[in-house]
Design a protein around this ligand. Sequence first.
Ligand SMILES: NC(=O)c1ccc[n+]([C@@H]2O[C@H](COP(=O)([O-])OP(=O)(O)OC[C@H]3O[C@@H](n4cnc5c(N)ncnc54)[C@H](OP(=O)(O)O)[C@@H]3O)[C@@H](O)[C@H]2O)c1
Length: 340
Amino acid sequence: MINVAILGLGTVGGGVAEVIEKNQNEIRKTLGDNIHVKYILDIRDIPGVVNDINIIVNDPDIKVVCETMGGKEPAYTYTHLALERGISVCTSNKELVDAHGVELSAIAREHNCSYLFEASVGGGIPLLRTIREAFGHERVSRIAGILNGTCNYILTNMKAGKDFDSALKEAQEKGFAERNPAADVEGHDTARKIAILASLVSGKKFSYEQVSCEGITSITQQDIADAESNGMAIKLLGVYEADGPSVVVAPYLVPKSSPLYAVNDVFNGIMISGNMVNDVMFYGRGAGKLPTASAVVSDVIECAKNIGHNIHTGFSDIQPVQSVNAPSKPEGRKLRVLGE
Ligand SMILES: NC(=O)c1ccc[n+]([C@@H]2O[C@H](COP(=O)([O-])OP(=O)(O)OC[C@H]3O[C@@H](n4cnc5c(N)ncnc54)[C@H](OP(=O)(O)O)[C@@H]3O)[C@@H](O)[C@H]2O)c1
């Protein structure tokens, strides 16, 4: 039996416990062993839940920790403590991966354990493992992704006639928007995700601060109607171009001919262009309790199959990118067009 702990019993952490409980048979089939949640840590006083990280990291039974607290602290300190003791950490926390992922991955390598972050980009879409395992030999020229379900939901609903504020309110009521919607609608959430993707495919560390970032708050229903009459849809995209290199988050006009045009509601879609494989498209739920938790559990299973070994993600030995281009918007135009 593989004993694990969950740090943070919120949306994703609660989902991890549920996936492990409900899919125990499937887990046993793929892992050849059961996964048992021995501890749950949260800041709140809940019966059966611990508050002290030392109880977890000092227990030699614990092989994997799921960090689903979010934020930089104490997530960073707790992750550091676990990795130093050879306990693998699987996280959904894109903020921490962006800020300290390289350092934490190096600590994991030093201590023969792993730091995996599949759920931090694209929620339930098996994206990072696929990039790691199937794109390592490709020269990736471009990634263009709808990476924030809240923005896509808002833009889809604006196309159906709602104004920005009521579309945002509806997204919040349905639980899609993060606690602070600014991170979604101003593009920061997408910026963190595209920076992680750009780092993985380029072998150079792009940080969130290096992303040229514009959100969707200035998009009007008129912009959407104009786009539609030209056979296009407005989508908030994170775009990485190896040529430059450049990393941009902005609302783009997406032509009908692009598969991203048809990615609506809370769904995410990511196109990756490799020099040999050409265009590959990923589609699925980029957030939400169970899809995101499913990605965390997929990491737990990979760590459990590799106890005592470091899973190489490419993050432990990458150098910061020296310079990033900030391509200006085409003159006289409010929006960029995907592909131009
Ligand atoms: N929700 C999604 O669909 C989704 C998708 C992909 C990635 N993520 C990422 O996953 C992470 C978690 O998101 P979430 O939506 O699950 O957040 P959440 O619902 O707020 O859950 C976080 C949990 O951690 C607890 N916590 C906060 N500070 C703590 C501390 N110092 N010690 C122990 N527990 C603490 C919180 O308790 P309190 O409630 O008392 O503060 C809460 O129970 C974030 O990094 C987020 O960006 C979320």
